[in-house]
Design a binder for this molecule. Structure first.
Ligand SMILES: CC(C)(COP(=O)([O-])OP(=O)([O-])OC[C@H]1O[C@@H](n2cnc3c(N)ncnc32)[C@H](O)[C@@H]1OP(=O)([O-])[O-])[C@@H](O)C(=O)NCCC(=O)NCCSC(=O)C[C@@](C)(O)CC(=O)[O-]
Ligand SMILES: NC(=O)C1=CN([C@@H]2O[C@H](COP(=O)(O)OP(=O)(O)OC[C@H]3O[C@@H](n4cnc5c(N)ncnc54)[C@H](OP(=O)(O)O)[C@@H]3O)[C@@H](O)[C@H]2O)C=CC1
Length: 406
């Protein structure tokens, strides 16, 4: 069918938006849908239609009903010196945002931290979780099933998980029982992948094994909401999900005063009264100033699942004056769900952004690239916290956004 004829049929509703690929290739289908939408709605979608990435590689893997792209400006902050276990050296951090002053702020934090000798990062835990829901005859049966699963992790790995993934490894389970409901919060290692597809597909296989073993127990939902994916929650805050990582640094007083225009005492006091007391009063899971800003901008730049910015924004910022009069500052991030393979990381622009940090693709050995990436993200988040806290302490926040944000 000719291009114009296809557009007409889509406008008239004779061909549905998702059926265009039946008549043409994926790149043309993308153009047809956009033109049809322009005609039907009387709008011009010129910029949405300008792109270099190839719909052939994306439709069916990353997107449906594709009509083009959205362009978000990308800036870079750095260099940031990181003294991590996986990330060692100086890094530039790509940030996709439209919030003026954000990149400048992270850049200032990077500059202060690097001059101070760098950020020390420590990975505390690394797991992806899925918690299917099983309906049991009663709580006692639920407990029996939970005990059996806990005692048979290796068997389940062999019988279910290793059938569907090479990098996914079941390392344990945390069961929760509510009445006759059993939630099995499975914990997996997922190599360099963020892992949600991997653990979801694996969990479905596990359900087959459990139903075979316990015919009176009914698997009801692959996600029972104790995973917890893409929602603010205490579970991930306490138990972690994805990478649990801490970044910390000591900034000499002289650098705080010269580069950040304030003092260690004021930063520590603002942090205590704002990030700790203020957040407690608000019932927030973010005992921090703006993890979400940095996590969000890195997620968008590097093809992470943007809905998981929710849990990435959880965490605690601490600031103290050391006995020497310098500033100790740290960020604790319990739930940073990120990967360097799979999902949006394979889209060429996002992959290029990962390559800026030297973390595109799988690591050698597998898992090390994603861990390195987690350390870099935590370092960048520390830079953002440091700069914003300093700006608030110095009463520069409104001024900065007047100058750079409007
Ligand atoms: C804007 C600054 C950095 C000025 O800060 P300054 O100290 O006046 O700037 P400066 O000209 O003296 O330069 C100091 C350093 O800042 C960097 N810098 C300075 N300007 C630029 C620029 N144009 N582009 C790139 N980098 C820049 C640069 O690193 C430079 O050092 P150098 O590397 O040259 O040695 C500062 O006032 C600041 O960080 N303000 C805070 C802004 C911020 O963090 N905004 C985040 C968004 S706020 C929000 O969304 C969350 C919120 C606030 O609602 C959450 C809450 O409730 O707390
Ligand atoms: N299904 C769901 O419920 C949900 C899905 N998502 C989406 O899931 C996607 C991410 O899922 P995810 O499982 O991370 O990605 P993928 O589904 O892309 O799985 C990763 C793939 O990469 C392979 N692989 C190659 N090298 C490595 C390596 N070094 N480390 C790990 N895996 C490697 C894996 O092979 P192998 O498996 O054989 O090891 C697997 O095929 C995102 O698009 C996200 O938006 C998000 C939330 C929920």
């Amino acid at each position: 069918m000719e291009f114009e004829e296809l557009v007409e049929k889509v406008v008239k509703g004779e061909i549905k938006l998702h059926q265009v690929e039946k008549y043409t290739d994926k790149r043309t289908a993308t153009e047809v849908r956009r033109k049809a939408l322009e005609k039907k709605l009387g709008v011009k979608l010129e910029h949405i239609g300008h792109y270099s990435i190839d719909p052939e590689q994306l439709i069916g893997r990353n997107i449906e009903n594709m009509i083009g792209v959205v362009q978000i400006p990308m800036g870079v902050a750095g260099p940031l010196k990181i003294n991590g276990e996986y990330a060692k050296g100086e890094f530039y951090i790509p940030l996709a945002t439209t919030e003026g002053a954000l990149v400048a702020s992270v850049n200032r934090g990077c500059s202060a931290l690097t001059e101070a000798g760098g950020v020390k990062t420590t990975l505390i835990d690394d797991k992806m979780t899925r918690a299917p829901l099983l309906k049991c005859p009663d709580a006692r049966r639920a407990r029996e099933v939970a005990e059996w699963v806990k005692a048979n992790i290796d068997y389940i790995q062999e019988k279910a998980v290793s059938k569907v993934t090479r990098h996914g490894k079941l390392r344990g389970v945390k069961p929760f029982i509510v009445g006759n409901n059993l939630y099995l919060r499975f914990e997996f290692e997922t190599g360099d992948a963020m892992g949600m597809n991997m653990v979801t597909i694996s969990s479905e296989e596990i359900m087959k094994v459990i139903e075979e073993e316990f015919p009176d127990v009914k698997y009801l939902a692959l996600s029972g909401n104790l995973c917890v994916d893409k929602k603010p929650n205490a579970m991930n805050f306490i138990n972690g999900r994805g990478k649990t990582v801490i970044a910390e640094a000591i900034i000499p007083r002289e650098i705080v005063e010269r580069k950040l225009k304030t003092t260690p005492e004021l930063i520590a006091e603002v942090n205590y009264r704002k990030n700790l007391v203020g957040s407690a009063q608000a019932g927030s899971y973010g005992f921090n100033a703006h993890f979400g800003n940095i996590v969000g901008a890195i997620f968008l730049a590097t093809g992470q699942d943007e809905a998981q910015i929710t849990e990435g924004s959880h965490g605690i910022t601490l600031a103290e004056v050391t006995p020497e009069g310098d500033l100790y500052i740290s960020v604790t991030m319990p739930s940073l769900e990120i990967g360097t393979v799979g999902g949006g990381t394979r889209v060429p622009t996002q992959r290029e952004a990962l390559s800026i940090m030297g973390v595109a693709g799988g690591g050698d050995p597998p898992g090390t690239n994603a861990k390195k990436f987690a350390e870099i993200v935590a370092g960048a988040v520390l830079a953002g916290e440091l700069s914003l806290l300093a700006a608030i302490a110095a009463k520069h926040l409104a001024k900065a956004h007047k100058e750079l944000g409007r």
